[in-house]
Design a protein around this ligand. Structure first.
Ligand code: GAL
Length: 675
């Protein structure tokens, strides 16, 4: 591969479903896609019943012809393994492959994602259909790469709570703990007489009278994540063998929590994700987001919710666990030169699955595409080519309406000048640390309505973005060298090794900022004997003193040299062993106690207040020599390849830097040293 083979700018594609329309539509669709400037088409992720209508009876001809039809227009094909939708004949022959929900009920056939990742018989069939497809299409010149399955975890399918998964869990625990005494001790099962005397007594952590033991929850999450990683690895091994030179990816989901993405992405060339900004705001907004904010951004989605997911998925392969203790580094491919990431499904009109599904604002589809580029996407592929005329998603939009006329989104794609959007690095100097184990533990016991791991993490992310910074979201154990600032908003689980890495980064000159509840919990799910910070106590120069969960309307004053603020939802205080207090609580039970502390280059913020967080971050960023550019609400800057994308997500014009930005618009400008 030489740099000359790499695309120079953003490429586009769409998700198409030849099996949903008569064959006489295929050639016109392919020609129209080409005319629209699309380069890729994704096919067949739900097509198992058409590829193998009866056991062992493969019907490839239609897909052969479809691939040839797109290839004839010069489109490259992304083929998918169809394992998100085991067909009826397979399910009825092997009902034991079905998954169980968190109520312990069987998840029936009749939609999708109804399988249990642990099912041995399903594993066999997953490998078999993957091999059959890869043998057929693996070396086809039009096939550029593969997507495994579809959106692991979607519809809460990351974990099955019965059947095959439940059967395998005790053996996983036995391998991890060796003895029941060790497990009982690690989980603290003496509390409430939860001790086990036989591995077979242990079940998934559901249907308990009150909350299950968080250590049990944490281990089940780890176990289930490992199953998905195994499932995917089996497909990847077959595709690597039979489809050399093609990229392998998976389309991850917005804010998905059902598995550790770094673990599951380990064998991929790059990550993809599915970007539905309006659905995301309605369906996945963190608890605590104000209704006014949701209404304001109803037709665009919120820039920081979308931006966070872009930055997350850019880092899952590009600088995730890949960079930690392994020699493996993803290699550039012609499809992903950074490697960056793809948006495999990009909303291009209203969705059908949120509580409210408004029409996107004029300009939103173009803005979403440009934002994806600026955050590192190399390809944006729209979902879907034509709106479906049958089944569950008839209310969903496409680039073509149901009657095949172009939708408003189509017109925006047609007007896009992708030559303006060159590929290249995203120059982030700030790392936001993220870790799924912390997420699982935090969300098992949020301790305040309105708090969640994502809520706390996105609060810090949004604060950084509102100050004009580009952000890499990286694994909490990633190599931090080169980052001026690392922010750990909600890394509640810190063991000795992680504390050591952070200390090394700080010694190397990276400023570290931690949010509340950092290092509160042990890898087993308990708390440190010596209190919060455990192995991090030396680095932060403090221990936890008190924590306060604040109901709506119950505020806590906090003040320091940089101002006086009103904290909401959460406030924790510290006993100082070396750190200085930059701010203390004013009034209430925490009166006079340390709220924001600093030791050398390490700062901890104990309370929730957007303004306080922004003020503290401004000081840290400025101290680290980074340019801080406070931005109006809904105005965002994202930099890539020497360009800056100036975005206005507001439904009205915005003033910024002497420019009037039209509503829902963007401009690509050469990056000024400090705008
Ligand atoms: C995605 C999914 C697609 C389609 C789409 C609708 O989550 O991968 O298959 O259902 O949502 O917005």
């Amino acid at each position: 591969m030489t740099p000359a083979d790499l695309p120079a700018h953003l490429l586009l594609g769409s998700c198409d479903y030849p099996e949903h329309v008569p064959q006489d539509r295929w050639a016109p669709y392919a020609a129209q896609q080409r005319a629209l400037g699309l380069s890729y088409v994704r096919l067949a992720e739900f097509a198992w019943s058409r590829l193998e209508p009866r056991p062992g009876e493969y019907t490839w001809t239609w897909l052969d012809e479809a691939v040839e039809t797109y290839a004839a227009q010069g489109l490259k094909v992304v083929l998918c393994t169809p394992t998100a939708t085991p067909p009826a004949w397979l399910v009825r022959a092997h009902p034991e492959l079905l998954a169980h929900d968190a109520q312990g009920r069987v998840r029936e056939f009749g939609s999708r994602r109804h399988y249990d990742f642990a099912s041995p018989v399903y594993r066999d069939h997953s490998r078999r259909i993957t091999r059959a497809m890869a043998e057929r299409y693996g070396q086809h010149p039009a096939v550029a790469g593969w997507q495994t399955d579809n959106e692991f975890g979607c519809h809460a399918t990351g974990r099955s709570y019965g059947g095959a998964s439940a059967e395998r869990f005790p053996a996983w625990l036995a391998a991890k703990y060796g003895t029941l005494d060790a497990l009982n001790d690690a989980w603290g099962n003496v509390f409430w007489s939860m001790e086990y005397s036989d591995w077979a007594q242990i079940k998934p952590p559901i249907l308990t009278v009150t909350e299950p033991n968080p250590s049990h929850v944490l281990d089940y999450a780890r176990f289930a994540s490992g199953l998905i990683a195994e499932f995917q690895a089996e497909q990847l091994a077959i595709l690597r063998e039979l489809s050399p030179g093609r990229f392998l990816t998976h389309n991850f989901m917005i804010f998905e929590t059902g598995f550790d993405h770094y673990e599951v992405a380990a064998g991929l060339d790059f990550t993809s994700w599915d970007n539905y900004p309006t659905g995301m705001l309605e369906f996945f907004a963190p608890p605590g987001m104000a209704e006014e904010v949701k209404t304001r951004f109803a037709r665009t989605g919120h820039p920081d919710l979308v931006g966070f997911n872009h930055d997350l998925y850019r880092g899952v392969v590009g600088r995730g666990l890949w960079a930690v203790g392994t020699a493996q580094t993803p290699q550039p491919t012609p499809h992903s030169p950074q490697p960056g990431f793809w948006v495999m499904e990009q909303q291009c009109g209203p969705v059908n699955w949120a509580p409210h599904n408004p029409l996107p604002a004029p300009g939103a589809v173009a803005l979403w595409t440009a934002q994806a580029w600026a955050h590192g996407a190399d390809v944006v592929s729209y979902f879907r080519w034509r709106a479906a005329t049958m089944a569950q998603e008839v209310m969903h939009s496409g680039l073509l309406r149901h009657d095949e006329t172009p939708s408003p989104g189509h017109a925006e794609v047609a007007a896009l000048d992708t030559a303006q959007l060159p590929l290249g690095p995203v120059p982030a100097r700030v790392a936001l640390l993220h870790d799924y184990e912390s997420l699982w533990l935090y969300d098992a016991q949020p301790h305040a309505a309105g708090l969640s791991y994502w809520a706390q993490t996105v609060t810090y992310y949004a604060a950084l973005r509102s100050l004009g910074l580009d952000v890499d979201v990286v694994h909490a154990d990633a190599d931090l060298s080169g980052y001026a600032v690392a922010v750990a908003p909600a890394i509640t689980l810190v063991d000795g090794a992680r504390a050591g890495r952070w200390a090394q980064a700080v010694a190397g000159g990276t400023a570290l900022v931690c949010g509340p509840r950092t290092a509160f919990r042990t890898p087993g799910g308990g708390t440190w004997e010596g209190g919060q910070f455990g192995p991090l106590a030396g680095l932060v120069g403090a221990n936890l003193l008190n924590y306060d969960s604040l109901r709506p309307g119950l505020a806590q004053g906090v003040g320091g040299s940089f101002g006086v603020y009103s904290a909401h939802t959460w406030a924790e205080s510290y006993r100082l062993t070396g750190a200085q207090a930059l701010a203390t609580y004013q009034g209430g039970p925490l009166d006079g106690q340390a709220a924001v502390i600093r030791q050398d280059n390490v700062t901890v913020i104990g309370a929730h207040s957007d303004a306080l967080i922004r003020a503290v971050l401004t000081g840290v960023l400025t101290g680290a020599g980074l340019p801080v550019t406070p931005l109006p609400d809904g105005v965002r800057l994202s930099r890539r390849a020497g360009q800056v994308l100036v975005q206005n997500w507001n439904p009205e014009p915005a003033e910024w830097n002497g420019q009037t930005l039209p509503p829902v618009s963007f401009a690509v400008q050469p990056e000024a040293p400090h705008a």
